[in-house]
Design a protein around this ligand. Structure first.
Ligand SMILES: Cc1ncc(COP(=O)(O)O)c(C=O)c1O
Length: 379
């Protein structure tokens, strides 16, 4: 029998999505507002548990963009970003005319190093005479960043935090959900995330006032006039009632998805135990409760005899999709002239790491097969 292809993280529909979409069609709510949007936001607010408000948007990238606008980031400002991330954490900084300043990761979580963060803040103040306008830590692959240390530094210098929790729906730090620590939190519901709305995202905000302001910017900044009056530049970033119907259906299986990702990680942990040269990333201590959106390994070539790229090609041949870890932003040609505060951590991770399949469609048999194929490469 031919081996099926195993993908990194595929969307998985609960079945209820179609009911909510049908309701939208039947009631003619086929617009970027409506009952599904309201209910999806409420479901997310309840899930996040911190009395936060949520605005459903067309993408996680849009959420980051709107947060930066509301933080007053504009031309000539600097924003501190995590270098080890997907480009969407930093790109919106450039949309508002500001400059991303990149900070490297620490070893425990692979997220923003609090030590380098403070070094960067001090140095930017010394060099430019002004403070960075915001800090954008990321919970990469669903592993919570060290939010108590990061927030303490942010408070010390009075710089707002915009948390990129695009990959971290359901992850917890000290028992608190990721996305609820900062002044703003960005979530993504892209096709490969913990839940999907096909494409979509959300901004987690402090209260109803900020929610109103976010919705204002997300709907072309229409002032309260009977005619169309615009005093600010707005955007068309609201989530459609159709996509929100998918989101409502997905919310009914979110807890199952999170449990499944964690179970798959536990299976890998058991299967890789004692295997020299392959290091699975796990919670560094009990403070951290990753959702394990993607499971990740580091390959020690000195032990295995092959590097991550050789392993990727071999596994691809066996029907297993894997992907190199994110290439750090400070190594990206588009950001080559941006200030950066790095110590080699993310460069090393990029040169050793692979994401391995983890989504709701991955089975126990798949994990056994993936690990046995990695073992076969060692022979
Ligand atoms: C870390 C990170 N930030 C931001 C985003 C942007 O989200 P979206 O694709 O919904 O715009 C993503 C995902 O794509 C991501 O992985």
């Amino acid at each position: 029998m031919e081996q099926k292809r195993i993908y990194l993280c595929l969307a998985h529909m609960s079945g209820k999505e179609q009911d909510f979409i049908k309701e939208a069609f039947d009631t003619n709510w086929v617009v970027p507002l409506g009952p599904n949007v309201n209910a999806f936001e409420e479901d997310l607010e309840n899930f996040l548990e911190e009395n936060k408000k949520v605005v459903a948007l067309s993408a996680g990238t849009a959420a980051i963009h709107l947060a930066l606008i509301q933080l007053g980031v504009s031309t000539g400002d600097e924003v501190i970003c995590q270098s080890f991330t997907f480009c969407a954490s930093a790109n919106p900084v450039t949309y508002v005319g500001a400059t991303p300043v990149f900070v490297d990761s620490e070893e425990d979580t692979w997220n923003m190093s609090p030590v380098l963060l403070e070094e960067a803040i001090k140095d930017r103040i010394a060099k430019t005479g002004k403070k960075p306008k915001a800090i954008v830590p990321v919970h990469l692959y669903g592993m919570p960043a060290k939010m108590d240390e990061i927030c303490a530094i942010a408070n010390k210098y009075d710089i707002p935090v915009l948390e990129d929790a695009a990959e971290a729906l359901g992850s917890e730090y000290n028992g608190q959900k990721c996305g609820t620590f900062g002044h703003f939190g960005a979530l993504s519901f892209n096709g490969n995330k913990m839940i999907t709305t096909s494409g979509g995202g959300a901004l987690v905000v402090a209260d109803s006032e900020v929610k109103k302001e976010t919705m204002f910017y997300a709907t072309q900044a229409r002032e309260a006039f009977p005619y169309y009056q615009h005093e600010k530049i707005g955007y068309n970033y609201r989530m459609s009632n159709i996509c929100a119907g998918i989101g409502r259906g997905q919310m009914t299986v979110l807890e199952e998805h999170i449990a499944h990702h964690r179970w798959i990680h536990a299976l890998y942990e058991k299967a890789f135990a004692g295997m020299e040269g392959i290091n699975l990333k796990s919670n560094p201590s009990e403070k951290f409760n990753a959702n394990y959106w993607l499971c990740t390994i580091l390959v020690d070539k000195a032990v295995t005899g092959f590097d991550y790229e050789e392993l990727r090609v071999k596994l691809d041949d066996k029907g297993i999709e894997t992907r190199p870890l994110w290439k750090p932003m400070h190594l990206q040609p588009v950001f080559k002239d941006n200030p950066c505060y790095v110590d080699g951590t993310s460069e090393r991770l990029f040169s050793e790491g692979l994401c391995i399949p983890a989504g709701p469609c991955v089975t126990e048999e798949d994990v056994t097969y993936i690990v046995s194929e990695i073992k076969n490469c060692m022979k």
